[in-house]
Write a protein that binds this ligand. Structure first.
Ligand code: MG
Length: 262
């Protein structure tokens, strides 16, 4: 079921989006060789709780972390661990969300640990461009297929893989609402987007194929061919005035994060 939000509710959701982005920015500033992903998780949790938020992921279907930390060939849902020590050249996808006043914010970013390879950097640039192109499609009257098409067309034009097994989703009082927002599709197909829908748009793009598998821990999703992946996500409200990125802080809706894609 799709939960339509009033303009007042969308305003209320901005607090959760803001804290989610601030937490992501804070984590990104600590992505350096030698830090563990569990340490990054502690930074995010401390920051969210300090600002009177609740980590949205922690305990969700039993997930142990405040962040998902997915390194290199890990696509999404990586579990923060003291053994996962970041190394020079790693691609580090961080996904985090906060609950504020009962509303959820959800966002993700792929950071560079030190200096990335040229091909990894290009992957991140295009994945971020996919997110932007998808958000431009998030207007009343379009359909979810228009979002999927925008991502798929751009990514595949560059020879990248578009992950099929995981999708964006509606966001509200709970983290995963309808509709599913695929990163592939056909223009003019699927659920019609209407004013008051709030969706997380989150392209997951790989340097190789799109096929994925889940590790034996039951969470961590990796590319089957071992190719690196990138993941960018914002929570977006569909309004009569166009898409409104709710996961933004004082730097504005696109806010390139330090150590991000640029
Ligand atoms: Mg999400």
């Amino acid at each position: 079921m799709i939960h339509i939000k009033t303009p007042e509710e969308i305003e209320q959701m901005k607090a959760a989006g803001r804290l989610s982005k601030q937490a992501l920015r804070r984590v990104g500033a600590h992505v350096k060789p030698g830090i563990s992903t569990l340490e990054l998780d502690g930074i995010a949790e401390g920051f969210i709780r300090l600002h009177k938020g609740i980590p949205a992921f922690k305990g969700y279907n039993g997930f142990p972390g405040t962040i998902c930390s997915s390194v290199n060939e890990q696509v999404v849902h990586g579990i923060p661990s003291p053994e996962a020590i970041l190394e020079e050249g790693d691609l580090v996808s961080i996904d985090t969300g906060a609950v504020v006043d009962g509303w959820v914010g959800d966002n993700a970013w792929t950071f560079f640990c030190g200096k990335p390879s040229e091909e990894a950097k290009a992957l991140c640039e295009i994945t971020f461009d996919c997110l932007k192109a998808a958000i431009e499609m998030a207007v009343p009257g379009n359909r979810v297929g228009d979002i999927g098409y925008a991502v798929q067309e751009l990514a595949e034009r560059h020879g990248y893989g578009v992950v099929r097994d995981y999708t964006g989703h509606g966001v509200g009082h709970t983290m995963h609402e309808d509709p599913s927002v695929r990163n592939y599709g056909k223009r003019g197909r699927g659920v019609r987007l209407t004013e008051g829908m709030v969706i997380a748009i989150e392209p997951m793009i790989t340097l190789g194929g799109y096929d994925c598998k889940t590790l034996s821990n039951g969470w961590t999703v990796v590319t089957t061919d071992g190719s690196p992946a990138a993941h960018y996500e914002n929570t977006v409200a569909i309004t009569k005035d166009g898409p409104v990125v709710l996961t933004q802080d004082d730097e504005g809706p696109w806010c390139p994060l330090e150590g991000g894609y640029a």
